[in-house]
Design a protein around this ligand. Sequence first.
Ligand code: 5GP
Length: 170
Amino acid sequence: MTLIPILAKHVTVVVTRVLIKVNKLQLMDDLYFFGGKLVAHSQRSNIDIIKGTVMSEETIFSKIIRQEIPTPLLYQDELVSAFRDISPRVDSHILIVPNKHIATINDVTDEDELTLGRMITVAKKLAKEDGIDESGYRLIINCNSDGGQEVYHIHMHLLGGQPLGAMLSV
Ligand code: 5GP
């Protein structure tokens, strides 16, 4: 019974050593802890390796989450971050994003359920803080080209502050 945690610890130590070695060879530009996980980041290939697993290509949102691009964060915890949209379509336009890079809703797994739920509870909190909870708002997640997705790091749009009209204009 005690074998599994020992084995898990051993694997983590081995992977950490490999990552440090890779970092020493300067194949990776950055080695840091995020959300309790060891992350190695390469600027040249624009990838993150988290405990040995290569995550898919990141977008500008990862840089905002890590504050490499200074964008005021309205909220951040170990799972999600939130900031205002750079080009707001309505009076109140906030983006809520998972810290982990997930390209599209097609890529979410059962493991992401807590993160996806957190996106909604954070949306509710920020709607209240922005004073739009009573007047109302809309939450949107776009997926792929027909869905109008531009940034391939899933994000929830929190839109409000004015009447939003019909749900779709196609
Ligand atoms: P999508 O069409 O992918 O659902 O929405 C992407 C959103 O990200 C757009 O509303 C766009 O204005 C916003 N956006 C793109 N780049 C940046 C950025 O660098 N900073 C911020 N704050 N928002 C961005």
